[in-house]
Write a protein of this length. Structure first.
Length: 603
């Protein structure tokens, strides 16, 4: 039998590596921009066409490469960052594996122009699908200029599974922001299809955060800083009033590298436990400086998962630093007692003597001695003779069918429901139906009602707009602005009037009449966060997401007291919906406490 194990060609091995390292256009930009930062660049420009599908160009003014280095950089595991295994535990650069450039070259057509500082001319290298096409001497600026065209041209399956241009551009912006936030000493520029999305100048850390996410965030940031023998922690956390349920900017960086760390995230959240409502999160930008030997970044190809040697101790330091920042800026509300009309509490005097309290009682009292009261009348035990109708009810159990029996319809249920309703704790509507007691969640029921109403209006184009007396201003981060621009055509058909002022600023001039009383700015932020979290592309799915977000914002809130007529309207309209059991996102709306169950509980 012949041998069956063989070495894979380099082109195949590079494509396998590219499957982990290069997942989408944002991965290419991340790797190339990190290389530019490692090359001591001070100005980095990224130009993308069609969200990176057609081309990605990264230009920097770093140290550049020689003719030999430019060719060797595209070989697997060729790197200038490390020399031996021990260097993995003393990393000071973003890259070190030597996999990024060969992975990019394996799934795209790459042209590199580079010139070292001090050289008269540079070199140009062409590679496509891991195949070397040529190298020649050219005149070019100092630094490096990577042009990546037709990404995944030789892997059609990977290209087919790319998302829409809006989604891919959002991912590019997120990757770009993570690098820009940790390198304020570098000027960055991002251009998409000829439009400048970001232009960040060299500045300080706080100003870089404001440049990326807008001036509004500036008033919500408080500094954090602590230095110990294990690590140095610095950065900014948000004030409690900046907390959001979704979309809070939360970033951890260690030694200049973005990381995800749920354990440290809990340390920050615990510091806000009593000052922020449950379920809401505050923004934070926290930077760690630790000894390279105390962390391991070589556990995942994306290098966002990092292992700390002193993780528990650093958790305690981080938690204490955030709590100290909150206390230092007097963000924890103080207890202010109202003393008007209250008795004075005397100051404690240790020399004063106090008398023991005395108890007055009647020593002649005897509870067993008759008090002259007339004896109670004995109740007749033959109560059936007094209440014959109750005797029949007990001896003959009800045989009513269940509410949702196969023969029942919503019309049948409404026909026999009670005309009187009861609201329990401002949250539930309770009403009697033929099979028992129906309990309805008033908020979820109203969400279902409004959701279907909004979809019907969208389908019939019957939305009515209401102009705002004073337009509301909205400032968004670049990724959020891209998401909102993609939603504008659909929002216009739903009665919104939003003007794009450029630079991530928008003016809300009008909202649908049905959303009166709901802030247009808050509503649009909810739309944007929903769009960033979802990946559906169809316009119908987009309309459904917007309708659900609007329904949640306009629905009856918990705690609102309803009249009987209002509760009756909610019940009637609910049973006119297509689905009376669940909300559009799958939560139960109502439950039935069966008549038999009630009888058993009171048996």
């Amino acid at each position: 039998m012949s041998d069956i194990i063989q070495l894979l060609p380099d082109s195949v091995a590079n494509q396998i590596a590219a499957g982990e390292v290069i997942q989408r256009p944002a991965s290419v930009i991340k790797e190339l921009v990190e290389n530019a930062v490692d090359a001591e660049a001070r100005h980095i420009t990224v130009i993308v066409v069609d969200a990176g599908r057609t081309s990605i160009q990264v230009i920097d003014d770093g140290v550049g490469m020689s003719d030999t280095d430019a060719r060797l950089a595209f070989e697997r595991h060729a790197t200038s960052k490390i020399r031996k295994a021990d260097d993995l535990f003393a990393l000071t650069t973003m890259g070190f594996r030597g996999e990024a450039l060969p992975s990019v070259a394996a799934v795209a057509q790459v042209t590199l122009k580079t010139r070292r500082r001090g050289d008269d001319v540079g070199t140009m290298v062409n590679i496509a699908g891991s195949k070397f096409r040529g190298q020649e001497t050219v005149a070019c600026p100092e630094g490096a200029n990577f042009l990546v065209e037709n990404l995944f041209y030789n892997v059609p399956a990977r290209r087919k599974f790319l998302k829409s241009n809006t989604t891919e551009l959002n991912n590019i912006l997120i990757a770009f922001e993570r690098i820009a936030l940790v390198n304020p000493q570098v000027a960055f520029k991002l251009v998409s299809n000829g439009a400048e999305l970001l232009n960040l100048h060299q500045t300080g850390l706080r100003q870089r955060i404001i440049d990326v996410f807008g001036k509004r965030l500036n008033q919500d940031l408080i500094p954090v800083g602590v230095e110990t023998v294990m690590c140095r922690i610095y950065g900014f956390v948000g004030k409690p009033e900046a907390a959001r349920k979704k979309g809070a900017q939360q970033y951890f960086f260690v030694n200049g590298r973005y990381m995800k760390h749920p354990y440290f995230h809990r340390a920050v959240q615990n510091a806000y436990e009593r000052v922020v409502p449950q379920g809401e999160q505050v923004p934070y930008f926290i930077y760690f400086d630790v000894e390279p030997g105390d962390i391991d970044v070589n556990i995942h190809p994306t290098k966002t998962e990092i292992k700390f040697e002193n993780e528990q101790a650093i958790w305690q330091v981080l938690s204490a630093a955030v709590k100290d920042a909150i206390g230092k800026f007097d963000l924890v509300p103080t207890i202010d007692f109202d003393t008007e009309g209250k008795p004075d509490i005397p100051v404690f005097d240790p020399t004063a003597t106090a008398q023991a309290p005395k108890v007055n009682y009647n020593p002649q009292y005897n509870p067993f001695k008759g008090g002259g009261q007339s004896p109670r009348k004995r109740v007749d035990e033959q109560w059936e003779t007094l209440f014959p109708e109750m005797s029949q009810t007990v001896t003959q159990p009800s045989q009513e069918p269940d509410l949702f029996d196969t023969s029942d319809t919503p019309a049948d249920v409404l026909a026999e429901k009670s005309p009187a309703h009861y609201q329990y704790k401002g949250r539930y509507i309770m009403t009697a139906v033929k099979s028992g007691l129906m309990i309805i969640d008033q908020y979820r029921a109203h969400v279902r009602i409004l959701y279907e109403d909004f979809l019907n209006k969208t389908a019939s184009h019957t939305w009515a707009a209401q102009r705002l007396l004073f337009p509301e201003m909205l400032t968004l981060a670049p990724a959020e602005a891209v998401a909102l621009r993609a939603l504008l055509p659909t929002l216009e058909t739903m009665g919104f009037d939003v003007s794009d002022l450029g630079g991530g600023s928008f003016a809300v001039n009008g909202i649908p009449t049905e959303m009166d009383g709901v802030g247009g700015e808050r509503l649009l932020r909810d739309f944007v966060q929903q769009a960033l979290e979802e990946t559906h592309e169809a316009s119908q799915a987009q309309s459904e997401r917007l309708a659900l977000t609007m329904a949640r914002a306009a629905a009856i809130p918990y705690g609102q007291v309803l009249t009987n007529d209002e509760m009756d309207m909610v019940v009637n309209r609910l049973f006119g919906c297509r689905d009376v059991n669940r909300t559009p996102d799958g939560h139960p709306i109502q439950r039935i406490l069966q008549q038999k169950e009630i009888e058993q509980m009171l048996a």
